[in-house]
Write a protein that binds this ligand. Structure first.
Ligand SMILES: [Zn+2]
Ligand SMILES: [Zn+2]
Length: 322
């Protein structure tokens, strides 16, 4: 019996997006108990514009437990409804306010990152979408509390490419970085997240080690070193290049273990926290995916995934982001 390694290669913290339905403090215990070390959460309902008035009562206990169990970094996933890249004024305005609100509450959750989808230009065109996004980020950062040592980074997530999405290719991400730089928004305020299932939907051949090498060489040369602050580590049920986004248990989808192994051992992403957004986090599959991430990282054979985990149903409703 080979011992499971305690961590991913290259000092990558391994976390998961866990629901807080059973209590925030229990979520910290859960990730530590199943062998993870980092956590992604929603601060509130991810499909609503409404935010609670005051922080949850157990927030101080949550922060204490993070310290006690050595869990971090914490990422906040912003609501899906945020779209800074679209032409509709009302949605844009509410998106700026909602992102500013997430930035304001994140430090209370001990969060270093506020992860947000790049959004959709809704037919207005890619250039217009990127301009709008940069303007929206500028506005949200201006509304958020002044930058300080506890300020969270905004982390923009690549898209699989469905529905007029912006931020599908590495070239798109580089163009966004340029648009931000033109507004004097630097790497200290905004970074990027690579979601492996989205890269796959966008057409990157990351099932093959060579495809991973090509992609990450592009990331390194176009975005520059250190610009990727987070990874969402997911397999995918979708076809490569389909622009669909359907997360799957690690090693059980179309990306598979060999591409994911290269991803988890590639020096470009050393030290970058990796968060699982795989199905069934509230049904015990968080533990299985943590163990398989550690196994895939170490090049060990995977633990088999029960056939009933691979049925039609994915994670239920609000428990995991897409
Ligand atoms: Zn993601
Ligand atoms: Zn997704």
């Amino acid at each position: 019996m080979i011992d499971l390694p305690a961590s991913l290669p290259g000092g990558r913290p391994l976390g998961a997006h866990l629901p807080l339905a059973d209590g925030m403090v229990r979520a910290v215990d859960r990730i530590a108990d199943v062998g993870g070390g980092a956590l992604q959460i929603f601060t509130d309902n991810p499909t609503s514009w409404r935010r609670r008035e005051a922080p949850p009562a157990d927030q101080p206990a949550f922060r204490d437990r993070l310290d006690a169990r050595g869990v971090g970094p914490i990422a906040v996933h912003a609501p899906y409804i945020v779209n800074l890249a679209g032409p509709e004024e009302e949605i844009y305005r509410r998106s700026v306010e909602l992102l500013a609100s997430e930035l304001a509450v994140a430090p209370g959750f001990g969060a270093r990152f506020v992860n947000v989808h790049i959004g959709s230009h809704r037919g207005a065109g890619r250039e217009t979408g990127i301009d709008r996004l940069a303007q929206g980020l500028d506005a949200a950062l201006a509304m958020a509390p002044e930058a300080g040592p506890a300020s969270p980074l905004v982390v923009l997530e690549n898209s699989a490419g469905g529905g007029f999405a912006v931020g599908v290719t590495v070239e798109d991400l580089a163009e966004i970085a340029d648009a931000l730089a033109a507004r004097r928004i630097g790497p200290d305020r905004v970074a990027f997240c690579l979601d492996t299932a989205h890269l796959w939907g966008a057409g990157y051949a990351i099932a093959e080690p060579d495809g991973v090498d090509d992609l990450l060489a592009r990331v390194e040369s176009l975005l520059g070193p250190g610009r990727v602050a987070m990874v969402h580590l997911n397999d995918s049920k979708a076809e490569r290049g389909s622009r669909h986004d359907r997360h799957e248990h690690l090693g059980a989808g179309r990306i598979g273990a060999s591409g994911l192994h290269r991803f988890l051992t590639h020096p470009t992403l050393a030290g970058v926290p990796h968060y699982l957004e795989t199905p069934g986090m509230d049904e015990g599959y968080d533990a299985l995916n943590v163990r398989n991430a550690l196994r895939i990282g170490a090049g060990l054979p995977m633990e088999p995934i029960p056939p009933d985990a691979l049925g039609a149903r994915g994670s239920g409703g609000l428990t995991a982001p897409d």
